[in-house]
Design a protein around this ligand. Structure first.
Ligand code: LLP
Length: 419
């Protein structure tokens, strides 16, 4: 469900015409619907009503825009962060430090210190080595860090290999068989308060069975650790729930996910923590682009748009599908290849796709771009960093300005010895 619909022949975000935003801000530009994000945040929370004590930390990496984080803070969401930069954003958005969870396989010393001093709620430790380093840092300062141990359950999430994280060969977490021993050794450190376990097996998950298996294994491990005499009061089940990228996609939604979790965790007696990203923001954003020109090919024509793989990397990186629709569709369709202007063939959004008829100067959108869209943008080919807009009813605001190539050029300099 989203709030991007055609009104009077023109695609709108809530009550604002995308043509108006494109005219004012230029293209390409990301547009988010406040109403859609808020709705998804509520639907996800309500779906967990049967789970008992719950803590939801939005995975900031999915969409770190300050306005998006502010909106989620107002919905009572905490934050799952993977860098000091993400932590600073979450705090700047008004998310209390106690509601912040720090995940990530390569937290640096500097990041551990910063997060400890900020008083974040939980460190998800990715290794025994990281746990001992954090303990040293905390003990030197007379502080205690609340921690969960991330475990690799060796379960295949059945998603794209590049976004799968829970198989034994993946870099994340500690091996399942070693977890109880590591938990015991870390619990002995005065600088750490070991309070739970964490798991996250992958992203864009469209089959709940692997998650159910992974969570059940985590339940067994929790019971074993308790039997060893240690407390386990928090179980972090990560994120990963997928979203429909095609109108024809049928996949489990928050309600089915919530029912599965309620069933698996019914006798756990813990606070169950979640780190959703995509399911909250994915369908709440789209990327507006202008057609530069339509170029004849040997087969289907190439629709060359002014958005590129630097603005939306997912098709180039994961062969991801994003629906492409004209902002003012005529009702006619054509078969085309949709490409960006960047000088490599991976800058291709779709091949042989049936789309609305478009011509040079027309506006179009890539849908379901609210998650892992702007956040993965870069400036390859010395292009601008793409701007972001948020719509709320009939009003809208620029929530991230376009960063021009001239600003980036200004940060560079030629050394004296080359002048
Ligand atoms: N928690 C942890 C520890 C994670 O690594 C991730 C995502 C999440 C939560 C949120 O997962 P979500 O609910 O959004 O699936 N760039 C890729 C996705 C990478 C996901 C990385 N980790 C893409 O565009 O598909």
């Amino acid at each position: 469900m989203n709030h991007f619909d055609i009104t009077d022949g023109v695609l709108h975000a809530e009550q604002v015409s995308l043509a108006e935003i494109a005219r004012e801000v230029g293209t390409p530009v990301y547009v988010y619907s406040r109403g859609t994000i808020a709705r998804h945040a509520r639907v996800f929370r309500e779906a967990l009503a049967g789970v008992g004590r719950v803590h939801i930390a939005f995975a900031v990496k999915a969409n770190p825009n300050l306005a998006v984080l502010r909106l989620l803070a107002k919905e009572g969401y905490g934050a799952d962060v993977v860098s000091e930069g993400e932590m600073r954003r979450a705090l700047a958005a008004g998310i209390p430090a106690q509601e912040v969870v720090f995940s990530g396989v390569g937290k640096t010393t500097r990041e551990l210190v910063a997060a400890l001093e900020a008083g974040i709620g939980q460190f998800n430790l990715e290794s025994e080595e990281e746990g001992h380093e954090l303990a040293d840092i905390a003990e030197a300062r007379g502080l205690v860090a609340s921690c969960a141990l991330r475990v690799n359950p060796d379960v295949d999430a059945k998603t794209h290999a590049k976004i799968s994280t829970g198989k034994a060969e993946n870099k994340f977490g500690v091996a399942y068989d070693r977890a109880a021993g590591i938990y015991a050794r870390l619990a002995a450190r005065p600088g750490l308060m070991m309070r739970g376990l964490a798991v996250h097996i992958g992203s864009q998950i469209t089959d709940l069975e692997p998650s159910r298996q992974a969570f059940a294994k985590m339940g067994d491990l929790m019971r074993a650790i308790r039997a060893d005499g240690f407390a386990v009061t928090h179980m972090d089940l990560g994120g990963g729930l997928g979203v429909p990228y095609k109108t024809t996609d049928v996949l489990p939604g928050p309600a089915e996910y919530g029912a599965m979790v309620a069933d698996v965790t019914k006798d756990w007696d813990v606070t169950v923590m979640f780190e959703p990203g995509r399911v909250i923001v994915g369908n709440a954003g789209l990327l507006v682009t202008e057609v530069v020109r339509v170029k004849q090919g040997t087969g289907a024509p190439f629709v060359v748009v002014d958005a590129a793989m630097n603005d939306l990397a997912r098709p180039a990186m994961y062969d991801a599908w994003h629906d492409f629709d004209a902002v003012a569709p005529s009702g006619e369709t054509m078969v085309a290849n949709i490409v960006g202007p960047i000088c490599e063939s991976s800058d291709t959004f779709a091949m042989g796709r049936t789309i609305d008829v478009v011509k040079a100067g027309d506006l179009a959108v890539f849908r379901t771009a609210g998650a892992y869209g702007a956040t993965m943008a870069n400036t390859y080919n010395s292009r601008a960093l793409v701007p972001e807009v948020m719509v709320d009813g009939d009003k809208w605001a620029l929530v991230a300005a376009r960063i021009e190539p001239s600003t980036i050029l200004a940060a560079e300099q030629v050394p004296d010895w080359l002048a």
